[in-house]
Design a binder for this molecule. Structure first.
Ligand code: HEC
Ligand code: HEC
Length: 350
């Protein structure tokens, strides 16, 4: 056996795996389509089934149900938004989340405050999708104390956090009708969630830590095979034809989120892509293995992006998340280990 054959074989196998994965994705997309249709036609009447079981007096089923009712959240149906003034405001808020760039991007019609990404690029389906940074817990848990800023943060403050970090831009004035509309939309999404309750599956899934550091080499391979076709050779993404928002948002480079953003922590990135990428993936039908998710997260976040001065963040350094990539830390682990892992030794040390 010579080395070259080996490599050729390996590439062959990789290519075959990729092809299989890609074809599976199409099958998957088909299934999702059918499921959505069934769901819309009320074929998955979980609530009715559950209620019937309860009235039939099945204790186990009942336990199962009360848990589901307490913590699960299904985004309210947008067709139920009224056509009065409040309904109009909620719809405007939704549009601002879905097409932020049209309003506030480099060619924004209201202001030019952001890098051209849409909130929805990360808060998928305008903040309605489970395990895709949905807004189910916003109305119920804000205002809340945040260790990062060491103060109590309102919904508007939190939105501005994403304006300045994820959208690498400027703050939006809290009094504007745009800010008020986004808040109204988030309150509407959370209208059935009681104060203080944080529904399940509301941010990103917390994947188990690997026993090793995330691998930039494996991550680059995963990126090339599974992400590059949409997000571009240099992570630059692709604009739509009108040039006012992205068809495929950037993952690094000057138009991407900055290094103060939530996705810059690889646990957040890995959890997000595990259940949502390649586009069309869901929690019910994930595509990447946990290892691929961690590795591709590390690779993407090893690439250049805008820098944010974070010297005022984390007054209490003991509160920094384990994968926060900038020191100083209370422990003796390096910035590199805090960025890429292995995380288990750090956690054990806490
Ligand atoms: C690049 C991805 C990205 C984009 C774009 C983005 N966000 Fe976020 N957002 C996040 C992440 C990640 C978190 C969670 C961060 C954390 O808690 O560490 C978050 C959290 C939030 C939260 C708090 C949710 C909660 O339950 O605590 C709100 C509200 C929010 N974003 C609003 C917005 C709005 C409005 C926009 C658009 C103006 C936006 N975001 C754009 C990634 C993004
Ligand atoms: C079929 C095209 C496609 C593929 C393949 C794909 N994505 Fe995406 N990705 C999208 C689209 C479209 C969005 C924006 C979703 C929206 O706005 O609803 C997105 C959004 C994202 C985001 C959040 C927004 C941002 O730009 O930061 C991340 C992170 C991401 N993708 C990572 C990945 C990774 C990693 C892979 C490979 C494992 C991947 N994607 C594969 C289409 C794709």
């Amino acid at each position: 056996m010579n080395g070259k054959e080996n490599i050729n074989q390996e590439t062959g196998v990789k290519l075959a795996t990729t092809l299989i994965k890609v074809s599976l994705l199409f099958v998957l997309a088909g299934c999702i389509g059918v499921m959505v249709l069934l769901e819309e036609n009320g074929m998955f009447g979980t609530d009715e089934t559950v209620l019937k079981q309860v009235s039939d007096g099945e204790p186990l089923a009942k336990q199962h149900v009360s848990k589901a009712i307490k913590s699960d959240w299904i985004a309210p149906d947008t067709s139920t938004i009224l056509s009065d003034a409040t309904g109009h405001q909620i719809r405007y808020g939704r549009d601002l989340i879905a097409h932020t760039s049209v309003y506030f991007g480099p060619k924004g019609i209201v202001g030019r405050l952001t890098n051209g990404m849409n909130c929805q690029n990360c808060h998928n389906d305008a903040g309605r999708k489970i395990w895709a940074l949905n807004y189910s817990a916003v109305a119920s848990t804000y205002p809340q104390f945040k260790a990062r800023s060491n103060k109590v943060v309102s919904i508007a403050d939190r939105i501005n956090g994403c304006f300045q970090r994820s959208l690498n831009g400027e703050k939006l004035d809290t009094a504007t009708k745009e800010m008020q509309a986004m808040i109204a939309y988030m309150k509407w999404l959370g209208k059935d969630v009681s104060k203080g309750i944080k529904p399940d599956k509301n941010a990103v899934e917390k994947l188990a830590f690997l026993d090793r550091a995330a691998s930039l080499q494996n991550g680059r391979i995963a990126y090339t095979n599974l992400c590059m076709s949409c997000h571009g050779k240099n992570g630059e993404g692709k604009m739509n034809d009108a040039g006012n928002e992205y068809a495929f948002p950037p993952l690094w480079g000057q138009h991407s989120y900055n290094d103060g953003a939530g996705l810059y922590r690889i646990s957040n990135f890995a959890g997000f892509v595990k259940n949502n990428m390649p586009f069309g993936t869901s929690y019910e039908h994930p595509f990447l293995s946990d290892e691929e998710a961690w590795d591709v997260a590390a690779f993407v976040n090893s690439q250049p992006r805008p820098h944010k001065d974070q010297s005022m963040d984390w007054k209490d350094i003991s509160k920094k998340p384990v994968d926060f990539p900038f020191g100083p830390y209370k422990d003796k682990f390096s910035e590199v280990q805090h960025k890429y892992g292995p995380f288990k030794p750090i956690v054990k040390n806490l």
